[in-house]
Design a protein around this ligand. Structure first.
Ligand SMILES: [Zn+2]
Ligand SMILES: [Zn+2]
Length: 361
């Protein structure tokens, strides 16, 4: 087979699927036609191509296009996810912290996010790699919420279904045909943006930090997931001790509807993830000098703080002495006072510090 006549260089930080769609439009054919020509025996769009093109499928793509093997490898999202995941990345199934696209017969249920302002400022609109991560809910350049649906028809974003007869670039909704650059940017929550910036910085450093303690990057992401699970539990049980603690320290969990949380993190909408990360940011912004006193004051138990099967990493072991152990069999009224500090002064001090730092109103 001859090389394709039109060169389409990959943009900085572009996803593989975005480049393939632009490559197809550049040659004047539909994305489905292009991939059918490259891989006649493989239904490419029934896979999440952004994770990485399988080794056995790469050579033919290199033969037909001008892309370098190293560029394809670097653009695979498997690079970042393997840095932060403590679990092996399975061929099928959802990867931790990577938005699931929920493929069903080449149709997506979600998973692709975009910023209409980035699309508008691009000479050739394209999807960024960072928009695919579950921790990303903001465009850091334009300081707006990312969108994960067409604002006219509410369909998920599916550029691989575009027809070259109707569009000359990928910033269009494949369902209703509107130009996604016209979607109105939505305001964001600053706490979620701060969490996103932390995640990005920590990945670059390959090292995280929680309550002043350095922590391995995989353990940081695992701990964040634990805290998100805790926030989810509190949303369903707002009257629990943790719920009271969250309310008092200003974790804005009341804004989340329990029914929004029926899916795992990687399948939740951008708006729902943003609210969870806003809560997470408040929780993680508690000063290291305060966290133990706060946990003691509210008599938070180990069982309610950590999930049963989670082994909290050594940098967080200092919390263990602040968490009470609930004896489920012999629970009595007297247990309620277990772990309460001698006075309220420490807690009031902590409260003042939180106020001063603008974490609570
Ligand atoms: Zn943007
Ligand atoms: Zn639409």
């Amino acid at each position: 087979m001859n090389k394709w006549p039109i060169r389409v260089p990959m943009q900085i930080q572009e996803t593989i699927s975005s480049w393939l769609v632009r490559l197809a439009i550049g040659q004047g054919c539909d994305p489905l036609t292009l991939t059918g020509t490259i891989w006649a025996d493989w239904r490419a769009w029934t896979f999440d191509l952004d994770r990485g093109i399988p080794k056995e499928r790469i050579d033919i793509l290199l033969e037909l296009s001008d892309i370098r093997k190293s560029a394809l490898k670097q653009s695979a999202l498997a690079c970042e996810i393997s840095i932060i995941s403590s679990l092996p990345l399975l061929k099928h199934g959802i990867w931790p912290w990577l938005l699931g696209i929920g493929i069903r017969n080449r149709r997506y249920r979600g998973g692709l996010q975009y910023c209409p302002l980035c699309f508008s400022s691009d000479t050739q609109p394209y999807f960024r790699r960072q928009w695919r991560f579950a921790w990303a809910t903001n465009c850091e350049k334009h300081n707006v919420l990312l969108l994960d649906r067409c604002m006219q028809c509410a369909s998920p974003v599916e550029p691989h279904r575009l027809s070259v007869l109707h569009v000359k670039q990928l910033s269009f909704c494949a369902t209703c045909g509107i130009d996604l650059r016209k979607c109105v940017p939505q305001p964001n929550l600053s706490g979620a943006l701060r969490f996103q910036e932390c995640a990005r910085n920590f990945i670059n450093l390959k090292q995280g930090e929680i309550w002043g303690r350095s922590i391995d990057i995989r353990e940081w992401f695992d701990a964040c997931r634990q805290f998100i699970n805790m926030i989810r539990r509190v949303v369903c049980q707002p009257e629990s001790k943790l719920g009271r603690m969250f309310t008092d320290i200003g974790v804005p969990f009341h804004k989340i509807e329990p029914e929004q949380l029926n899916l795992r993190l990687e399948l939740l909408s951008v708006g729902c993830r943003e609210q969870l990360f806003d809560c997470l940011n408040t929780l993680m912004s508690i000063h290291i000098n305060d966290i133990s006193n706060i946990l003691k004051y509210y008599s938070i138990t180990k069982n309610s703080f950590w999930s049963n099967n989670y082994e909290n990493p050594s940098p967080l072991h200092f919390l263990n002495s602040a968490l009470s152990i609930q004896n489920r069999r012999y629970k009595s009224r007297t247990n309620r006072t277990y772990g309460v500090p001698k006075s309220k002064i420490a807690v009031l001090k902590a409260w003042t510090r939180l106020k001063r730092r603008g974490i609570v109103d």
